[in-house]
Design a protein around this ligand. Structure first.
Ligand code: PEP
Ligand code: MN
Length: 337
């Protein structure tokens, strides 16, 4: 249930409502944003009796929540969440472009790519230091050395960095270096990792599980908000289907559905969806047309030598073309109303 207070509700009236909710053994969670205070009721086992709340001084209405997820839903918070990372605001109806290699391979590799993508218009740099690989014989990432390279990239280019956390054990160190902590598709329902992410001081990019429904994905995000971290960015990266013309199938319909259901920003990763370079630019154009808040794209200056995901990595000149094309599409849909 969501308790909506009057515009003019006093702090004492708000506190009194919180106290009544908590006396029942529920959790009262004030919801930020908007021109009035709302208080979400969490951890109630069944429906909350509205007569408990209605009629208290300062209370405007009590709305029952119909969705299984609460804090991530528009029913709880109607205004879009904007995740601020340095000077970059994700979710404010601008296109945020994140780009970089699949994995950090060396300082020279990372810096070379970062300079290219920055020049073309990327606002954040991506690169994995801890890599979740299907085979134990594949390159597993540089680990802490990779994180140090990411810090160097940030220092030299000014770009904030996005990198993946794979497990609970390495969470602290990833949190220390990352500007945005990525939770990958294979970990979307790693509940201990999600709970730790709820306690993190940095924003979390939560990728959709490769076989997850949107409800499951939003419930995973709910763990992070429930844990106290409101800064979550959702990332659609394709789901597993029977096709073999691409690595996954990009579910573009996730964008309008998530935007309707949730206030959290949603971005598209066309690279892992396609698995092939030639599909990345067309899918990126489509992502902008369905009003995603951003893109995350893999780019490599020597993709034929890449230690992971070379086949889907764009050459820098292709990334430059992608940025120009999505800019034009953005103009049509956002400014050409
Ligand atoms: C990645 O972005 O590097 C990655 C491993 O993605 P996903 O979890 O979507 O496979
Ligand atoms: Mn990759």
């Amino acid at each position: 249930m969501l308790v909506v207070m009057n515009h003019k509700a006093t702090p004492e009236e708000i506190e009194a409502v919180v106290a009544i909710i908590e006396e029942r053994g529920y959790t009262a969670r004030p919801i930020p944003g908007g021109d009035r205070v709302s208080i979400g009721i969490l951890h109630n086992k069944g429906p909350v009796d509205p007569s408990l709340i209605l009629g208290l001084p300062g209370v405007k209405e009590a709305i029952s929540i119909t969705r299984p997820y609460k804090l991530v839903s528009r029913e709880f918070k109607n205004e879009d969440t904007i995740v601020q990372v340095g000077d970059v605001a994700i979710g404010n109806n601008h296109m945020t472009i994140i780009a970089g290699p699949c994995a950090i391979e060396s300082e020279t590799q990372a810096l070379t790519i970062a300079k290219h993508v920055k020049r073309s218009g990327a606002q954040l740099f991506r690169g994995g230091a801890f890599k979740p690989r299907t085979s134990p014989y594949s390159f597993q990432g540089l680990g802490e050395k990779g994180l140090k390279i990411l810090a160097k990239v940030r220092e030299e280019t000014g770009l904030p960095v996005v990198t993946e956390v794979m497990d609970f054990e390495t969470f602290n160190i990833v949190e220390e270096y990352a500007d945005i902590i990525q939770i990958g598709t294979r970990n979307m329902q790693n509940f201990s990792l999600l709970k730790r992410a709820g306690d993190a001081k940095k924003p979390i990019m939560l990728k959709r599980g490769m076989a997850a429904t949107i409800d499951e994905w939003l419930m995973a995000a709910e763990y992070i908000l429930e844990g106290g971290n409101p800064n979550v960015i959702l990332c659609e990266r394709g789901v597993r289907t029977f096709v073999n013309h691409s690595r996954n199938t990009l579910d573009l319909s996730a964008v309008p559905v998530v935007r309707k259901e949730s206030h959290l920003p949603i971005i598209i990763d066309p690279s892992h969806a396609a698995g092939r370079r030639d599909q990345v630019i067309p899918l990126s154009r489509a992502a902008v047309a369905v009003a995603a808040h951003g893109l995350m794209v893999e780019v490599h200056h020597e993709p034929e030598k890449a230690m992971s995901d070379g086949a889907q990595s764009l050459y820098p000149h292709q990334f430059e073309m992608l940025c120009r094309q999505v800019e034009s599409i953005f103009e049509v849909f956002q400014n050409g109303k």
